[in-house]
Design a protein around this ligand. Sequence first.
Ligand code: G3P
Ligand code: CA
Length: 360
Amino acid sequence: MRSLCFIIITLACIVSQSLYASERNNPIVIAHRGASGYLPEHTLEAKTLAYAMGADYIEQDLVLSKDNHLIVMHDIYLDEVTDVASKFPDRAREDGHFYTIDFTLPELKQLRVTGPFVSVLGKKVPKYGKRFPLWHSQFQLATFEEELELIQGLNRSLGYNTGIYPEIKKPYFHAQEGRDISRMVLQTLKRYGYTKPASKVYLQSFDAEELQRIHSELLPSMNMDIPLVQLIAETDWEEKRIKRAGQWHNYDYDWMRTPQGLQKIADYAVGIGPWYPMLVTEEGTEDTLLTEARKLGLQVHPYTFRADPLQIPDAYRDFEEFIGLYVEQLQVDGLFTDHPDKVRSYLSTRGTQRPLEVSP
Ligand code: G3P
Ligand code: CA
C-alpha cells in the first residue's frame, strides 16, 4: 500500500512538473527585418543569418516597385538604406524623397544597400552606431519571391520549418498610386503555398480597414485562410494617413487600445502587434491592453526588442532583464527582435526553449 502511495505521489509530481513546464511561457522569436542587429536589414544575407540563429519566424516588410514587384524593405522611400541619391540624383519627388514605386526592378537592383543611416550636418551616420559598418561589402534589395525561395529552400535543405511574417506597408499610399498591394501579397503567398491557418505565416499591417477587407473579402475570394495580426502604432507616427475634407490627417489609433476596440480586432485578427511600452503602465505593471487582449484570446507580439546600448530602456540593467519582463511577467506570445540569437539564448537558459520546428 505504501509503495502504491509512493508511485501515485511520484506520478503526480511528474505530471505537475510537466504541466508547469508546458504552461511556462514559450514565445515565438520573430526576426525583425532579419538579423538586422548584425547585417543590413531586409537583405537576403540578414535573413539567412536570422534563419541560422534559430528564429521561429522571419519578417518581410513589403512595398511595390513601379513594375509591380513586391520589394522587401521597410519604407516606401529608398532614401535611408540605399545609394539612390547618388545613382539617380534627379528622381526624387518634390518632397525630396526617392519612392520605391517610381523605380523598376532592374533599376532597384542597381542600388547598393547598407544599414539605416541618418544625415547629421550633411554627413551620413549610422542610425545604430555599433552595427555592421555603412557601405561595407555588397548588398542588394530583394523581392518577396526571392526571400520566400530562400526561406523555403533552407527549410528544405536544413529540415526546419521556419515561418514568415510579412507586413503590408502603407496600403493607403499604394491605393493612392492606383495599386492593390494587399491582393498582390496574397497572390504571392498563395503561389508559394501559404494558404491555410497552419501554413507558418502571420500577415500583419498597421491598417485596420485593410485587414478587415483582407479578412472579409480577399481571403474568402481567394480560398485562403491565414492568420492576421493588427499592428498598433502611436497616432503621430503617421503609419496611416486619411483624407478628410480635402486635408490629410493622421489616422487615430487610440480606439485599438480600448476593450471595445480589441473586441473589434478579434473579429478579424488572431493577434496584436503593439509597441512594447504599450504593454506596461508607468508603474511597471501590466497595462489593460494586455489584460483585455488575453481575455479575448488574442496573441500578443510586441515590437521591437533591440540589444544595442541605447535601445534598452533605462529601467533595465541589460537586454536579458528587458526581455525577461516581457517573457516572464507579461507572458507575451512572441517578440519582434533585431537580435534573434540573444532572445533564443535567453529562452534556452530557462530550459523551456521551443525546439525548432522540423519540416512536415
Ligand atoms: O511589424 C512589426 C514591427 O516591424 C513594426 O514596426 O516600423 O519596424 O515595421 P516597423
Ligand atoms: Ca514591420
